[in-house]
Write a protein that binds this ligand. Structure first.
Ligand SMILES: NC(=O)C1=CN([C@@H]2O[C@H](COP(=O)(O)OP(=O)(O)OC[C@H]3O[C@@H](n4cnc5c(N)ncnc54)[C@H](OP(=O)(O)O)[C@@H]3O)[C@@H](O)[C@H]2O)C=CC1
Ligand SMILES: C/C=C/C(C)=O
Length: 338
């Protein structure tokens, strides 16, 4: 009898594993879809059902640094609590969960952030994975903690139509800056103009990146929010102003490289322009997240911060959505909807 009841309470979960470490750009065959049965939650545990999942650039470098072949693809999701033996997370509540590419998961609560029940009805919960989540916090901290941006300054941001970049540009505008952004298609450039960027260009079609940067800001740049890395930076550095600040947030142009890129050395510009260049990870300011999330949410509610999402339907399409994001298919945050 007890055997029958145990069988009845199992639920099926699907999950994507890293079948083979990526070599260069990821391939379909690097991923594998698996299934397993999950038991009922034990004391302190909850059973989660994924509603929205995130695909992010960090999954590419972190796959090598933090995963071994056979591991579940890492990542965050918005999930609904469907069974609970943890009073902090009642049935029906929603959480941001750090449980990877999975449809259902058991959690002891340690990797969850509750989305408060007063979350505005008119806003999709998926924003907690984008503008009002990790990418939005990255934009805010990079600007305030690293660039220490001030009204009247000129900022350059690349991958500007993406999850982080679109928030960077808009916050810089809120703070009274002149904002120059670039992205990889004309449609994205139109979006940047809609968002209020002062100058936007398609880095894939300009005849000279150097001349375009010069035209956009003849006096140079006070701050550079670096999302891309590689050759692009070599062109930007000479155009920084004295005492310019560079927030090194990401290096997506190099994540799929099999050999290290070399470029012009930066030292001359760093010294004679007295530049400050600092790499950072968003988690450094975790202690500020609670207040920062509220600030981002308030800006969204006030209409000062606009959000766009690139939504892919279906858990089975996660690898395709991830690879498409790495190729630039997304405008705004890349999200998977179950
Ligand atoms: N330091 C931190 O704590 C964090 C860092 N990041 C980093 O920020 C960056 C942006 O992340 P996120 O906003 O989530 O992603 P995005 O939503 O911006 O998506 C990635 C975008 O990168 C652009 N891109 C891809 N390949 C290249 C290339 N070779 N050269 C130039 N642009 C390219 C594409 O846009 P396009 O069409 O314009 O080329 C693509 O849409 C990444 O480098 C990421 O690793 C993100 C979160 C936290
Ligand atoms: C947390 C995200 C890190 C990067 C580099 O994307």
């Amino acid at each position: 009898m007890s055997h029958i009841s145990a069988q009845r309470t199992m639920v099926q979960a699907k999950f994507w594993i890293l079948r083979k470490h990526f070599e260069g750009f990821p391939k379909d065959s690097d991923f594998e879809l698996k299934e397993e049965n999950l038991p009922e939650p034990q004391d302190g545990e909850v059973l989660l059902e994924a509603v929205f999942l995130s695909v992010d650039p960090y999954m590419r470098p972190y796959s090598r640094a933090r995963m071994k072949e056979g591991d579940t693809m890492l990542g965050t999701q918005v999930s609904r609590v469907v069974q609970s033996r943890n009073p902090k997370y009642p049935v029906g509540s929603y959480v941001v969960a750090n449980c990877g590419w999975r449809t259902r998961s058991l959690s002891d609560g340690s990797d969850l952030r509750l989305i408060h029940s007063d979350w505005p009805k008119e806003l999709p919960l998926s924003l907690t994975l984008g503008t009002i989540g990790m990418p939005g916090l990255t934009a805010l901290y990079g600007l305030e903690e690293i660039c220490k941006i001030k009204a009247g300054e000129t900022l350059l941001v690349n991958a500007a139509a993406g999850a982080v970049g679109s928030v960077v540009g808009q916050i810089a505008k809120i703070k009274g800056c002149r904002v120059v952004g670039c992205a990889g298609s004309d449609e994205k450039v139109s979006y940047l103009k809609e968002l209020g960027f002062d100058y936007a260009f398609n880095y894939k079609t300009v005849s000279s990146l150097k001349d375009t940067l010069l035209e956009a800001a003849p006096q140079g740049y006070d701050c550079y929010f670096e999302n891309v890395g590689g050759e692009f930076s070599s062109v930007v550095l000479p155009q920084m102003k004295q005492f310019g600040r560079i927030a090194v947030c990401g290096s997506i142009a190099t994540y799929n490289d099999t050999e290290l890129q070399t470029g012009p050395y930066v030292h001359g510009h760093m010294i004679f322009k007295q530049l400050r260049m600092e790499g950072f990870l968003v988690f450094q300011w975790k202690h500020k997240d609670h207040d920062s999330i509220k600030r981002l949410l308030d800006w969204v509610k006030e209409g000062k911060l606009q959000c766009r999402e690139h939504v892919t339907e279906g858990f089975e399409n996660m690898p395709a959505a991830f690879m498409a994001m790495l190729k630039g298919a997304n405008t705004g945050k890349a999200i998977i909807k179950i």
